[in-house]
Design a protein around this ligand. Structure first.
Ligand SMILES: Cc1cc2nc3c(=O)[nH]c(=O)nc-3n(C[C@H](O)[C@H](O)[C@H](O)COP(=O)(O)OP(=O)(O)OC[C@H]3O[C@@H](n4cnc5c(N)ncnc54)[C@H](O)[C@@H]3O)c2cc1C
Length: 444
């Protein structure tokens, strides 16, 4: 069927695909890829549309894989679970509960699909823990000529570091196998602390705490820290009071913050006092709950985001430079800057490839133009050897990304092998990876 207008969550991208298909199994995905290639159309699977970048934009055939969801297989002895690629992360607690399993680490939200999240390098925080892609031990995908390819430790194992985080460039994932861990609880502590002290202690706390992160509201000297400590599943639970956490439940998630952002976009002078009030009021949570309920929050206020991965030791100075930048330009930035961390990993296109990493994420309310702020912050992040999150806004291209990724050319070689006709290309992938060969619907 011809597609309706598709828009991503952040309202930074939109497209009306030539066709939308909803395959029910791997064979239907194969047929869709072969038929599209014969007609010279590009194919792009789309997950939950939560990428801010153009990575999921599908001008040709948009594949909606939500029919390919749920548990495909479980190996209880090794704690490995194979899921349909279109499975939304919010379904995992229920799907994994019968086996007493959980994801080792998670990002801020759970609306994404497992395929979309791993394909862009979605991560949470934890200096000793990797992003979602590090938990993937196997995948089945349909490649550019419509054939089915298994990639795991015994079949085509050399492709795993590419396929786990493939940017949607290598094929259509139909299932993914995750290395899970026994279910666990997290003890969460949220505090308001002086920004200077938090920056001074960032490296130590990132390395020593299980999951440490902080939010800094521009125009304030205060950071709201979140420290999550892993506990066994049979530890005592003290769930978060229903309206207990101002930063997540009240401020970020609900309508009050939407109203504040809307007000700030028409009366910018309101932003600094509101941010100071917010930073003073929030940050006194203390609760213990099952891991997904602590890792994940709602994000009901729409925003746009750019996030850079830096060598972890560069984060404190980079943030000080962002602070000076905002002061010197006189901007009024309502949304907090979020700082997280991840362990070095070996996925070729991972923002944490080969180095312990700190993440700095900047946001703007979706009705405000982020271009000037993001461009200036991007310049700071580039000066610290930063790598942009593939699913978030940035302006980098293949020429300047290649030196940032030691295995960039290996990844492109795999892409050229699995998709020699460029069936899975779109404008974003051509920019960040360079073109394969452009089929006839070059609008992509
Ligand atoms: C409110 C919000 C909060 C966020 N929080 C975090 C966070 O905490 N940490 C973080 O790292 N990121 C975060 N993100 C970014 C988000 O996790 C990524 O952009 C992720 O890719 C979105 O997943 P999705 O299912 O929406 O995929 P989409 O955005 O729909 O697609 C992303 C990519 O995956 C590809 N893809 C999807 N399905 C398949 C498939 N079956 N086979 C092959 N390729 C496929 C698409 O073609 C595209 O290239 C957040 C985004 C939002 C909007």
């Amino acid at each position: 069927m011809t597609g309706a207008l598709w828009r991503n969550w952040g309202r930074s991208e939109k497209i009306r695909p030539a066709r939308v298909e909803r395959p029910k199994d791997a064979a239907a995905v194969q047929r869709a890829v072969i038929a599209a290639a014969e007609r010279g159309l590009h194919v792009k699977p789309v997950g939950a549309g939560h990428s801010f970048s153009g990575v999921a934009v599908a001008p040709g055939v948009q594949l909606d894989l939500h029919e390919l969801s749920g548990v495909v297989a479980v190996d209880e002895a090794s704690a490995r679970v194979t899921l349909g690629a279109g499975t939304n992360l919010y379904r995992l607690p229920d799907l994994l509960a019968p086996y007493g399993l959980a994801l080792e680490n998670m990002g801020d939200i759970d609306r994404q699909t497992i395929a979309g999240a791993t394909s862009t390098g979605t991560h949470g925080t934890g200096g000793r823990f990797g992003g979602l892609a590090t938990q993937i031990v196997g995948a089945t995908l349909v490649t550019g000529d419509g054939s089915l390819l298994s990639v795991n430790e015994t079949e085509n194992a050399e492709l795993l570091p590419a396929v786990r985080l493939g940017l949607g460039a290598l094929g259509v994932l139909v299932d993914l196998t995750i290395q899970c861990v026994p279910a666990f609880l997290l003890h969460a502590v949220e505090r308001s602390e002086p920004l200077g002290e938090v920056l001074d202690a960032y490296l130590e706390r990132s390395a020593n705490e299980d999951h440490f992160e902080f939010y800094w509201f521009p125009h304030t000297e205060t950071a709201v820290t979140k420290t999550n400590t892993r506990l066994p599943a049979d530890a005592e639970r003290h769930p978060r009071p229903r309206f207990g956490s101002w930063v997540d439940d009240e401020l970020i998630a609900n309508g009050a913050y939407r109203a504040i952002c809307a007000l700030g976009s028409v009366v910018p002078a309101m932003v600094p006092p509101v941010n100071r009030l917010a930073a003073r009021l929030m940050g006194n949570g203390d609760f213990t709950d099952v891991s997904p309920r602590v890792f994940v929050s709602d994000r009901a206020v729409r925003f746009r985001e750019m996030e850079y991965a830096l060598p972890r030791e560069a984060v404190p100075n980079a943030l000080r430079e962002v602070d000076s930048l905002i002061r010197s330009r006189g901007w009024r930035i309502s949304f907090p800057v979020e700082v997280r961390s991840a362990a070095a990993d070996d996925n070729w296109m991972s923002t944490a490839y080969g180095r312990d990493t700190g993440y700095v994420a900047v946001h703007r309310y979706y009705r405000e133009d982020p271009a000037e702020y993001f461009a200036a912050v991007e310049a700071i992040m580039r000066s610290h050897d930063g790598r942009p999150h593939w699913g978030k806004m940035h302006t980098r291209t293949a020429d300047d990304l290649r030196p940032a990724y030691p295995r960039f050319d290996d990844f492109v070689a795999v892409r050229d092998r699995l998709d020699p006709a460029g069936v899975f290309e779109n404008r974003y992938l051509r920019a960040v990876l360079g073109p394969v060969r452009v089929p006839s619907d070059s609008a992509g």
